[in-house]
Design a protein. Structure first.
Length: 366
């Protein structure tokens, strides 16, 4: 059996210790400790498994290179970064970056073997430093899929168990993107339908996504054009920014690979942007925090934002709290991220470092 890897990561750091009386004392006890809730941790961040048709030295060597390449792509996120000369040199000597590996027998007649490897994370971190590359952290934003497909008769339907939806999830796993396909049960049907997804209506998509605790939404609108599939896609990023892109593919598997390559590139780029200038401080004054339940929900909201490197409760007065946050994001990007799900609304006032907000709550707030 392979040894379990010990991984390190940089979760959001929080400090919610509170002065005051009444429910404030309770908050001081319950929230005066560090929180490590931040997006979702990638389990196979530093490992890979590669199929082999035979168990010989040639195939093992090829599988070792492919495995290290797969881990590098998962940790960097952007395929263009794989062209870095230091990365290319590392792939010529994959042994230098492998901690351990073993060959497994698998139930597959075409490829009855697999090489499972764990990388030496310290060696990879040194490589990134030499190459001036920033790795995509192990804590990553979870993406929920909303896929509408136009049928031959012109009808548009939502899909979650189709070959494309399944292929997207498989590609997401390869690229290290936490990914969820919606249940499309009665609750989803009441919240959203194919016409709203096809129209790209933002609010219904965000409302329907809330139950899945996702940080980002991937909207797909797929049509058949002759021998090809054409897709119009929108990735609603955690920062509140939307990225639209169109893709054409010969089949759904190729479409899934292209979509997830684009998604991983955009998500990792946003993460790197936040890391590049970490340390920018903002002070959030949040009103309408009338009880412990609302304060706890506010902390959960802050803990779910990947662009925050830390947050700390500074002061409490009546139904208002002040929170200091550190982020590499610009002010407007931070505001977009805070208000994207309508739980918080922007209040007029503030300045370059101070942002005034009001807790609006969600449907489950009360």
């Amino acid at each position: 059996m392979l040894n379990k890897l010990e991984r390190t990561h940089n979760p959001v750091r929080s400090s919610f210790s509170m002065p005051g009386a009444g429910f404030l004392k309770l908050v001081a006890v319950l929230l005066g400790l560090s929180s490590q809730v931040h997006a979702q941790v990638i389990e196979d961040y530093a490992s890979a498994q590669v199929s082999m048709t035979a168990n010989d030295a040639t195939q093992q060597a090829a599988a070792q290179k492919a495995g290290v390449q797969r881990v590098l792509l998962r940790q960097l996120g952007d395929a263009d970064l794989m062209k870095n000369p230091y990365v290319l040199h590392a792939l010529d000597k994959p042994d230098d970056y492998i901690r351990d590996y073993q060959v497994l027998s698998v139930d597959n007649s075409k490829a009855p073997y697999a090489l499972a490897l764990n990388v030496d994370q310290g060696a990879l971190d040194k490589l990134y430093q030499q190459a001036s590359l920033t790795a995509w952290p192990v804590n990553r934003s979870k993406v929920v899929l909303w896929l509408a497909v136009q049928q031959d008769d012109g009808d548009r339907v939502l899909e979650t168990n189709s070959p494309l939806a399944v292929a997207l999830q498989q590609q997401a796993q390869l690229r290290g993107v936490p990914f969820v396909r919606p249940l499309l049960d009665l609750q989803d049907e009441l919240a959203i339908d194919a016409s709203r997804v096809w129209g790209g209506f933002k609010q219904p998509v965000q409302d329907a996504s809330r139950r899945y605790e996702a940080d980002a939404e991937l909207i797909g609108r797929l049509t058949r054009n002759g021998d090809n599939w054409e897709g119009r896609w929108r990735l609603m990023l955690p920062s509140g920014e939307d990225k639209d892109f169109g893709l054409t593919a010969a089949d759904r598997e190729e479409m899934a690979e292209k979509v997830m390559d684009k998604a991983a590139t955009l998500l990792s780029a946003e993460s790197r942007l936040a890391q590049a200038s970490q340390g920018g401080a903002y002070f959030l004054t949040v009103s309408n925090i009338t009880d412990f339940n609302r304060l706890q929900r506010l902390e959960n909201r802050l803990a779910s934002l990947p662009l925050l490197s830390s947050y700390e409760l500074n002061a409490v007065s009546k139904d208002q709290v002040e929170v200091k946050v550190l982020t590499g994001a610009e002010r407007q990007t931070l505001i977009n991220a805070l208000t994207r799900d309508a739980a918080l609304s922007l209040v007029i006032g503030g300045d370059e470092q101070h942002i005034n907000l009001r807790w609006q709550g969600a449907s489950t707030d009360e």
